[in-house]
Design a protein around this ligand. Structure first.
Ligand code: ATP
Length: 588
């Protein structure tokens, strides 16, 4: 549960953790604040007072002295230059700070995503997560930048302009009436708050729908083949179009409230200024007396208008914070122990006792599994689709934790090891080998990041991958293409086997590909696998008899329970399901 401090303003409460990201850029941030301060003071106090002092000298009675006139007129560009430089400094430095905050924030969210359990990704869409990492972090950065830029500049300008008005009123009692024109100021709070509230709800809609849009785009682009094969082009375009329409509708509502605010505030300001002009005319003030007053009044209203815009940005930022914190505060349910035991390489026997597991509470997919796998043996899992074979193997690297019961390696419960240590000792060769769009060399090196090129090549040779790799023009430097698109299924599997050779972990999990390969590929993969399994504790999800032959023990699963176990000969005689499966699928 997040701690909430009731007394803090919502701005501080919501954004405090993100302002803390400004720590590494303290210097530029302070610079931005100082520039903002100079800008605010120059605008609010400097301009009206300058007008008050200089205008009477220029337009007062009698002909002004030439040098005095030049000096007075020259003061304007100097003042504007100072204000301009301070304004530039404030914008530039606060944007710099904003970008540094964005980099840290995106890295923080990304790093958190790396550590979250697989169950988190089962509940969220990849595209939506992408929108949160790339889009919503920008919304928060906007607030940090905007606030450091404007939340100092504008209040300083406002307060100095009020100071100027008070000073002017103290100079001439005819000016006192102007202070009444300020009565409008509190009225401005109302539309600002109203617009802010409306914007928060709508901004959240826009951002959620941007996530949906990003998901749709991601799904569509990853399924380019299926879209064409099933002629889904127009269905997909319509789906995309309707999502954009929803975003456009909500965006227009945000635009409506954002755009209504500035004219409303301006209108209030005009009323104040008109009132001031009315009284000034009645008091028969001259124009040069009026100008400093009007300048000061304008400098009072201008920050209120800008504050309205900041308030809107903050509301939009709040919507983004909510979406980012969905990731940052997500619970890492697969926790590391406080005091992990080191993995003992001499004990790699695996035992599952009374294991119960469910993806969704109440519907267990593994029920009371009791299995014992001796170290250095090969165990094959067989069973119909949906029996729970993949779920079984996914428990070993702690991709998921059991509901009840225990999984032990070397007599220790999995939760006693650190996740990194545990996973460092398990190799996984899965059905669907994931390759990154990098060179083949680097793709194999994922098995062990510090492996030398020679070690990578040796692993590729063991996996019977060296020959096909060197047939490419660029050899090991060949790019694998997105998700390994440039390689065939059999080649990808051999890359996966090479990775496992390189990793050299004592426990090996293999999920054999169901898709059939050409006989040469198949033969090489079998040869590579029979070498790979030697000396390791292996669990394989087998679909072919040639693979099953390697097994010392076969476990038959059905509907989340172990139905039988033993050798091929025993099971073929005793177990109908196994015999059936074997006769149908495992044909030599
Ligand atoms: P196959 O041979 O088809 O791969 P399997 O024996 O490996 O099947 P599992 O993938 O372990 O079976 O699935 C067991 C049950 O768990 C199935 O009913 C499946 O629908 C369900 N299941 C699998 N993965 C998830 C998940 N991520 N979330 C929810 N349910 C899941």
């Amino acid at each position: 549960m997040r701690k909430r401090t009731i007394h803090l303003s919502p701005l501080v409460r919501t954004f405090a953790p993100y302002f803390a990201l400004l720590k590494p850029v303290k210097g530029p941030f302070v610079g931005a604040l100082v520039c903002g301060l100079i800008y605010g003071a120059a605008s609010g106090l400097g301009f009206p007072l300058m007008a008050y002092k200089i205008l009477p000298k220029i337009f007062g009675e009698g002909t002004p002295d030439k040098w005095m006139l030049i000096g007075a007129v020259a003061l304007m560009p100097v003042a504007f230059l100072l204000r301009g430089l301070a304004g530039f400094g404030s914008n530039y430095l606060s944007s710099y700070c904003g970008i540094r905050v964005l980099i840290q924030l995106q890295t923080k969210v990304y790093a958190k995503l790396q550590s979250l359990p697989l169950s988190f990704f089962g509940k969220t869409h990849v595209g939506d997560l992408m929108a949160r990492v790339l889009g919503d972090t920008g919304g928060v950065q906007g607030v940090v930048t905007g606030v450091s830029n404007d939340l100092i500049k504008q209040p300083i300008q406002f307060l100095s302009a009020i100071g100027a008005l008070v000073y002017l009123a103290a100079q001439k009692k005819e000016f006192v009436f102007v202070l009444f024109a300020l009565a409008i100021v509190p009225l401005c709070i109302l539309p600002i708050r109203l617009a802010g509230r409306k914007i928060l709800a709508r901004a959240l809609h826009v951002q959620n729908n941007a996530g949906n849009l990003s998901s749709a785009l991601n799904e569509n682009l990853s399924a380019a083949r299926e879209v064409r094969a099933f002629n889904l082009q127009s269905r997909e375009t319509t789906r995309f179009h309707s999502l954009i329409e929803i975003i456009a509708r909500h965006s227009m509502k945000v635009v409506k409230y954002t755009s209504l605010l500035a004219p409303t505030l301006e209108w209030f300001a005009t009323i104040g200024i008109s009132v001031a002009i009315f009284y000034a005319a009645q008091a028969q003030l001259r124009l040069e007396d009026m100008l400093p007053l009007l300048t000061a009044l304008y400098m009072t209203y201008d920050p209120i208008k800008k504050f309205g815009a900041i308030h809107n940005a903050i509301k939009r930022g709040e919507a983004s914070v909510e979406r980012i914190e969905f990731i940052l505060h997500a619970d890492d349910s697969i926790r590391d122990p406080e005091d992990p035991v080191p993995f003992d390489l001499s004990r790699t026997d695996i035992e599952m006792s009374g294991a119960v597991f469910s993806y969704t509470p109440g519907t267990p997919v593994l029920r009371q599994i009791d299995v014992s796998i001796p170290a250095g043996s090969v165990t094959a899992l067989v069973g119909p689709s949906g029996a729970g074979k993949s779920t079984f193997v996914n428990l070993l690297p702690r991709f998921y934790d059991l509901d009840s019961g225990a999984v032990r390696i070397g007599g220790r419960e999995l939760r006693e090891y650190s996740k990194n240590d545990l996973r460092a000792h398990i190799s996984i060769v899965s059905q669907d080998t994931m390759l990154f769009n990098d060179t083949i060399l680097n793709n194999i090196r994922l098995g062990r990041l510090d492996a030398t090129d020679q070690e990578v090549e040796a692993a590729a040779r063991h996996a019977f991958a060296h020959d096909f790799i060197t047939e490419f023009d660029d050899g090991y430097e060949t790019l694998a293409g997105e998700r390994g698109a440039r390689l065939s299924g059999g080649q990808k599997q051999r890359i996966a086997i090479a990775r496992a050779f390189l990793k050299n972990a004592p426990i090996l999990i293999m999920d054999e590909a169901t898709s059939s390969l050409d006989s040469e590929s198949e033969e090489k993969i079998q040869l590579a696998l029979s070498k790979l399994v030697q000396g390791r504790t292996v669990i394989l999800i087998a679909h072919r008899f040639s693979t099953i032959r390697m097994a010392d023990q076969i476990i038959v699963m059905e509907n989340g329970v172990v139905r039988a176990s033993g050798s091929h000969a025993e099971l073929y005689t005793d177990d109908d399901l196994y015999r059936n499966l074997y006769d149908k699928q495992f044909i030599e």
